[in-house]
Design a protein around this ligand. Sequence first.
Ligand SMILES: Cc1cc2nc3c(=O)[nH]c(=O)nc-3n(C[C@H](O)[C@H](O)[C@H](O)COP(=O)(O)OP(=O)(O)OC[C@H]3O[C@@H](n4cnc5c(N)ncnc54)[C@H](O)[C@@H]3O)c2cc1C
Length: 389
Amino acid sequence: MNDLLEDVDRFCRELRPLEDIAYLERRHNDMLIPLARKYNLMGMIVPREYDGRGADNLTYARALERIGMEGSGIRSFFSVHTSLAQRLLMRHGTDEQRERYLRPSARGEKVLAFALTEPEAGSNPLEMRSRYREDEGSSSSGGGYILNGTKYLITNATIADAIVVFAKGNGGRMSAFIVDTDGEGMEREALVAKMGTPTTDTGMFELKDYRVARENLIGREGDGWRIAKEALIDGRLSVAAGCVGSIRDCLIEAVRYARERVQYGKPIARHQLVQEHIAMIRLDYVAARALVRDAVRLKDAWDRDMGSEEKRRRADSAVAEAKLFAVNAAYDAADRAVQVFGGRGWSYLYRPARHLVDNRVCRIYEGTDEILKLKIASNVLGKEYRAYE
Ligand SMILES: Cc1cc2nc3c(=O)[nH]c(=O)nc-3n(C[C@H](O)[C@H](O)[C@H](O)COP(=O)(O)OP(=O)(O)OC[C@H]3O[C@@H](n4cnc5c(N)ncnc54)[C@H](O)[C@@H]3O)c2cc1C
């Protein structure tokens, strides 16, 4: 195992008992970030020249698989901080943005978030209402922008030091900004009464005449939608990889319990209908992992040749397919593991129940099941059959 994967494994082992308690108390796991810092995991894919670990796509996917064993909540933190925000800065950030945000984030000095969704714009981010305009009275020498809007259902929203925010300017073209969270005019609020992932942060924030320096524009004005769509390829891949880990944990737990639990005079593992659950969880695992590894291969090809539209399209399709399959396989695996555990399976004292509720959200964020089905179908049928614009 390479160094990074060993560190990830140590991190997961130290985090698990703390996560168990935080989960049962339904509170944010305050040790997630300190431990990620301790094991130097805050910049897994960030190049070494920016103080990261420089992991390639496959190593990072394997790291997320391991983290996913601890739960989709924990993995969500890395999906947003690393797969979405850091990758986006690696790809589109200026040298200055990399110094100010990428380097400190890789060192664990800054937590990042990614804010596309709004109360009125979820599956279709183009319906967003957040707006920006030129800041006539900017004190910054290069000028700047003023942002207004509300972002909703944002992972890391209340703990992030900087957030990638998407907003529309004159003419409705979307742009992306890296926004510090300590300025005047930002109000943040944690989402309450969540169904799952209680140990990681999900929240919303409102920007009221929020001033952002011109240097914080990512890419060029009008690039926002392209930047967001590219980022979602990485985000989706991270969800899919995490789900492979969640399935693996369900398999380990179901096998262990089925061997130990005795009913009708023999371990339930000897009952054939229980064996069916074990077989199907195993299938969920090998099939999801194979699709994820294939998607990683195609993403590698695109990363090596970012200008190729054909390679982007192939990576995008493979990732959408891997994500749709893996999230549903993970939900199925958790459901089957709960069944193997019987009445105990229904309790959060055991891991399958947590996987079940936490994996449920994976079918909603980073492209709902429905949106990904439409995307996959139109990839097969051709653009003229697209069911949505
Ligand atoms: C825990 C959590 C964390 C999140 N983290 C982030 C984050 O960090 N950053 C971020 O930007 N967003 C984040 N999201 C938001 C997430 O991406 C959205 O919830 C998701 O895109 C769906 O949008 P929506 O909730 O508005 O649902 P809607 O778009 O209102 O969809 C509702 C239902 O209608 C279906 N639907 C919509 N349009 C169509 C169509 N054309 N055809 C068929 N069916 C359709 C959907 O599939 C869904 O079933 C997070 C969400 C959750 C729950």
